[in-house]
Ligand binder design. Structure first.
Ligand code: UDX
Length: 465
């Protein structure tokens, strides 16, 4: 009998493709020995295959094949910033029938489909074709749990959250497990939309479709989010917490680029090698959010005025109204002295480098988890979706950083950088070290994530036989 065949469908963005491809690698190479079909959109398929060393990759993962479907957007579409949401609607309409056609054309019938929660149209396709489907939410358990309360938040009048109405710090009481934690300002930013807004409605539909999947996979670890994971078990009979995925040794190392859609610039590692231990602040805002030129300058002045060395990943499309000629000479000069700027960094290698002492992050889930596992405390400047929740957990639950949500001025940046790197470092280091240890323990033999991966593999084998 053939090995089980698993089809994986990520949402077409870097922060989703990376954990999904790491899971694919685990199932293919180590834990499962399964046949894997990894379905990207055509746009990302091209980007990924341009950067990957295809020969080395297929030698390492011989039973993993990449396939692609259209995403329904024009090649020139930016697919970042506010226009990222266009992908929600275009994938549900255009990619859905294409995905169905692809599934029925496969030479080996899939044992199961693992689809990103945002690509919940895959659940309709799987149901129609009688194929078991597991949903993989690439966010934290906490944010996933909140998404199941959107209708309740509307009924309770908590949505829309109105920015600047003075009540932003009021606690939300209708989400079990988060009563004394979450304030209005910490809800995902879609909660700032009117209840009938199509984007908010998309998230509501997505949550109800996800609940039809046979199980939920999360890239988190039991010890980090225990109470919320128990709550999620009231919706999903099985929740596999299998993270932090990037720690599993069977996965391709980040510097081999296998999941990067953007060319990595390794030169910053040499620069880091020349720095004192724990002296450098790493700054990155992930792959999709965008800044205005004014925001860029506020961050830049804050960093320079803090006097700390910094390494900053500035994507070519990070700044919407980019005006390179309008960068003041004083900033350029100070950066030359104690800064390093690259367009895209080997982030995991950076975070695990001995010179790194802190991370100024947009609080994307992958960045948050990577920072936790490498024991690097954070300053969080969240902007969209789950980032607002992650930053609250970082500061209030896990106590591994500070949340500067909703403010972006040079003096706040300067103060928080000093707090993180010096003045208030002691407050958070104990917890930072403890969480890093728990993360590493979870993937060792006998650890919670290690056990859940074994269980996931076993469950897929039993569907197959
Ligand atoms: C998106 C959303 O913005 C985020 O909120 C959600 O949790 C996941 O999807 P993204 O903005 O890309 O993700 O952020 P993040 O989740 O942090 O993922 C970025 C990934 O890119 C990380 O794994 C990080 O290691 C990698 N990265 C980032 C690099 O390799 N180099 C860089 O310079 C910056």
């Amino acid at each position: 009998m053939d090995a089980p065949h698993v089809v994986l469908l990520p949402f077409p963005a870097q922060g989703h493709i990376k954990p999904m491809l790491m899971l694919a690698q685990l199932l293919c190479h180590g834990a499962g020995g399964f046949n894997i079909t990894f379905v990207n959109t055509e746009h990302n398929h091209r980007r990924l295959l341009n950067l990957i060393d295809q020969t080395a990759f297929s030698r390492r993962f011989p039973t993993l094949q990449f396939m692609s479907i259209p995403d329904g957007l024009s090649p020139e579409h930016p697919r970042t910033g506010p226009s990222l949401v266009d992908l929600f609607f275009s994938t549900s309409s255009v990619s859905k029938p294409e995905f169905r056609n692809l599934i029925v054309s496969l030479s080996q019938e899939p044992t199961c489909i693992i689809a990103d929660g945002i690509m919940s149209f895959a659940i309709d396709v799987a149901d129609e074709l009688g194929i078991p489907v597991i949903t993989f939410r690439t966010y934290s358990a906490t944010c996933t749990w909140i998404y199941f309360h959107l209708q309740k938040l509307i009924r309770d009048g908590e949505i829309p959250v109105v920015e600047g109405n003075g009540d932003m710090d009021k606690h939300i009481s209708c989400i079990s497990g988060l009563e004394n934690i979450l304030r209005r300002r910490d809800l995902p930013n879609i909660c700032r939309l009117e209840p009938d807004n199509p984007i908010l409605q998309f998230y509501i539909t997505q949550a109800s479709k996800m609940a039809r999947a046979s199980a939920l996979i999360l890239n988190t670890f039991q010890e980090l989010e225990t109470p919320i994971i128990s709550h999620l078990q009231s919706i999903f009979p099985t929740v596999y917490t299998i993270g932090p995925l990037h720690l599993h040794t069977l996965i391709d190392s980040p510097s081999k680029n296998s999941s990067s859609l953007i060319q990595i610039d390794e030169s910053c590692i040499k620069w880091l090698d020349s720095r004192h231990p724990k002296s450098v602040l790493y700054v990155s805002f992930g792959s999709v959010i965008v800044l205005s030129h004014d925001q860029l300058l506020e961050f830049w002045y804050g960093l320079v005025n803090s006097g700390k060395p910094f390494l900053w990943a500035i994507r070519p499309d990070l700044v919407v109204d980019n005006e390179p000629n309008k960068i003041p000479d004083e900033l350029k000069l100070a950066t030359k002295e104690r800064g390093c700027i690259v367009s895209w960094a080997p982030q995991e290698d950076v975070l695990s480098h001995q010179a790194i002492g802190g991370f100024l992050t947009h609080s994307g889930w992958n960045s948050t988890l990577e920072s936790i596992t490498f024991g690097v405390p954070m300053i969080c400047w969240p902007m969209i979706v789950d980032q607002l929740v992650n930053s609250r957990c970082v500061s209030e639950i896990w106590k591994v950083g500070f949340d500067m949500k909703d403010t972006c001025d040079r003096s706040t940046v300067e103060k928080l950088v000093r707090d993180l790197m010096e003045d208030k470092r002691e407050e958070i280091m104990e917890s930072t070290v403890k969480n890093a240890r728990l993360a590493h323990d979870s993937i060792l033999e006998g650890g919670s994530s290690h056990g859940n991966i074994k269980k996931l593999v076993q469950d897929i084998i039993s569907i197959h036989s």
